[in-house]
Design a protein around this ligand. Structure first.
Ligand code: DMJ
Length: 655
């Protein structure tokens, strides 16, 4: 008939059972065979092409598409081509930030331990009270000095041809640990500080005893948790604890942690990681450990890991995707993020660490990557001056208009002001972006409750959701540390706002039975700083409220912040301390607590560190020299001009 030949062939192909039609193609004329093949290749091309239109999270797409599809056309930086090109198959993965993750166990090489960890409360306190700790501390600090001397001589080693640890130390305004390791002169405060140290030792000892090398301790079942956030990396609690152990003078514990990094931290993992989590916990933790101790090991590991994160930036805009396979470098967006978008708080929380990776490695690529993100965010139109939480890494446009200072948005704002401070106040773009974002937040999100509590609501395309997350409570501290550098006439206003937000967050604690705050609290339907939904009542050892107490204490020295911190210590002891560690709780409003069986690594890194700093003198990690990354890892202010002067001086001396 009149039908084109391929129709007949096609029909034959899909209907092999029809009478009179041969399925094998035997007996076809040459021209029919040719048309058949043509059709077949057309079909294959069509199917392959269709893959491009599937969302990134579809496994089929990631199995078949090679990385060339996501090669970058960067806004600005244009230096994307030095990343690894090989590809392996990634898997589906869903893991919202800050949520409990899927359990899994893999055997990890354990370092043989000469010392059995002591987990008895009394024994711990006894050891800490004795002179042993002080002796250990002196030894550790002198070891650190010699490590920094050594690092000076190898400053021209594998990862750095410009950075000198010695010069860096000379450019600090104060010794990092103060005159007496921050020991407060007031005995009551010192006792409280010792208590926090004991809590750290208890948490650490139990992690070591039951979960060594795993990511986190499950204190009720007394085993380790690996989770799916770190792409097969292990020892999250170890990396997150290095600096806390060091500043607390927990010498043996720090040495065990360092040995583990040396012998067992394997960066050649092949799993799917959250770019954000690996950056803030691992890269941040290793960087801090290096800057505090001068141990080259930490620097080398940080740079090696940083390199593995680079392929995540291979997108049309240079905005990284949220998930990366650390082995293959393939990256994709979270399945739960709408339309393959990237999350503001994730791609906006890389700047501090990446700038330091460039400092230490001498490789500009890290700074270029984050400056490119900065440029795009600066240029893009913002609804009412606000930054929505979801952005497409392909088009560079906002995907939906949900704005939050809590989860999904939080640390982006934090990193703007901290980028400015960490640049020795030279990064003017960061400064401008921070203060205009804050203005927009004040105009659109900051609210006063009928009972007089100031809070940050969430914004959904112009409609306010009168809810504040525990995560948003970091903003008291953030607004406080930024108070000095905005318009001078606004200084007091910002300090007041910071104090009001911190007060509200404290109220969310005092209004619960356990004196710990819920995951989210509301200001509608008669609620004032209390959770109204069952699902918002949990507390997972988060630091944000205590973090704001610490900053507000440093900024105002109002004793109430230390009192509030002490209330939190008592509540943690009473409700979260279990026989073998600390655990989150499922409902802060009931005294018959139910534990969630998880000692989060940020409890060691942030919650206990901020408490310790709150009860220490201000010269322990002074804010004139250090900014804390969002996981509370201290990073030094980069004093470019000092470092250059030092370099010139060194040159003159050697001539
Ligand atoms: C930490 O990992 C970081 O503080 C992050 O910015 C937010 N969530 C947790 C702690 O709550």
């Amino acid at each position: 008939g009149t039908k084109p030949a391929f129709f007949h062939v096609s029909h034959r192909f899909v209907s092999p059972g029809l009478p009179g039609v041969s399925a094998s193609g035997m007996g076809l004329r040459l021209s029919q065979k040719f048309v058949f093949l043509l059709f077949l290749s057309g079909l294959v091309t069509l199917c392959f092409g269709a893959l491009f239109f599937l969302p990134d999270s579809v496994r089929l797409k990631r199995i078949f598409l090679s990385k060339t599809e996501t090669q970058p056309v960067t806004v600005g930086s244009g230096s994307e081509n030095d990343v690894r090109e090989h590809l392996k198959r990634p898997k589906d993965q869903e893991h919202p930030r800050g949520m409990a993750s899927v359990k899994g166990e893999t055997s990890t090489k354990l370092k043989s331990l000469s010392r059995k960890p002591s987990v008895s409360h009394e024994a711990t306190e006894e050891r800490l009270a004795g002179g042993k700790a002080q002796e250990d501390l002196t030894l550790l600090r002198s070891k650190t000095e010699s490590a920094s001397e050594k690092s000076t001589s190898s400053d021209h080693g594998a990862t750095s041809d410009t950075f000198s640890y010695k010069k860096f130390k000379r450019c600090l305004l104060r010794p990092p640990l103060g005159t007496d390791d921050g020991k407060p002169s007031d005995p009551k405060t010192n006792e409280r500080r010792e208590k926090v140290k004991e809590m750290m030792k208890f948490a650490w000892d139990n992690y070591k005893r039951y979960a060594w090398g795993k990511n986190e301790l499950q204190p009720l079942t007394r085993n380790g948790h690996i989770g799916n956030m770190f792409g097969g990396l292990r020892g999250a609690s170890i990396i997150d604890s290095l600096d806390t152990l060091y500043i607390m003078g927990l010498v043996e514990e720090y040495n065990d942690a360092k040995d583990w990094v040396q012998t067992s931290l394997d960066l050649n993992s092949n799993g799917e990681a959250s770019l954000f989590e690996v950056n803030i916990r691992y890269v941040g933790g290793l960087l801090s450990a290096y800057y505090l101790t001068g141990e080259e090991l930490f620097k080398n590991k940080a740079v090696e890991l940083g390199e593995k994160l680079l392929p995540a930036f291979n997108t049309p805009t240079g905005i990284p995707r949220g998930v990366i396979n650390l082995g293959s470098g393939t990256s994709w967006s979270w399945g739960w993020a709408s339309a393959g978008s990237s999350i503001l708080a994730e791609f906006g929380t890389l700047h501090l660490e990446f700038v330091h990776l460039t400092e230490l490695s001498g490789n500009p690529i890290y700074t270029e990557k984050v400056m490119n993100i900065r440029k795009l965010l600066n240029k893009i139109e913002k609804p009412h001056g606000l930054y929505p939480n979801f952005l497409s890494p392909v088009s560079g446009n906002w995907v939906q208009h949900h704005v939050s200072i809590g989860g999904l948005g939080d640390s982006f704002y934090e990193y703007l002001i901290k980028s400015y401070l960490m640049s020795d106040k030279t990064d003017d773009d960061a400064k401008k972006m921070y203060y205009s974002a804050l203005e927009a937040i004040e105009a659109n999100l900051v609210q006063k409750s009928p009972g007089g509590l100031t809070y940050m609501a969430e914004w959904r395309g112009g409609i306010l959701d009168h809810k504040m997350g525990h995560l948003a409570c970091f903003s008291g501290g953030m607004i406080g540390i930024g108070a000095d550098d905005g318009a001078p006439e606004k200084r007091q206003h910002y300090l007041d706002l910071a104090a009001e937000i911190t007060h509200t967050c404290h109220e969310s604690y005092t209004r619960s039975a356990t004196k710990l705050g819920p995951e989210a609290f509301r200001f509608d339907s008669g609620a004032e700083a209390t959770a109204t939904r069952l699902s918002d009542r949990y507390y997972i050892l988060r630091p944000e409220v205590i973090e704001s107490y610490m900053y507000m204490w440093r900024l105002t020295h109002d004793p109430k912040y230390r009192e509030w911190g002490w209330e939190a210590v008592q509540a943690l002891e009473e409700h979260c301390r279990v026989e073998s560690g600390f655990s989150g709780i499922r409902d802060v409003y009931t005294l018959t607590v139910s534990h969630d069986n998880m000692q989060q690594s940020f409890f060691l890194s942030e919650t206990l560190k901020y408490l310790y700093l709150l009860f220490s003198d201000d010269d322990l990690l002074p804010l004139e020299d250090w900014v804390f990354n969002t996981e509370a890892h201290p990073l030094p202010i980069v004093r470019k001009s000092c470092l250059q002067d030092e370099a010139t001086q060194d040159k003159t001396v050697s001539e």
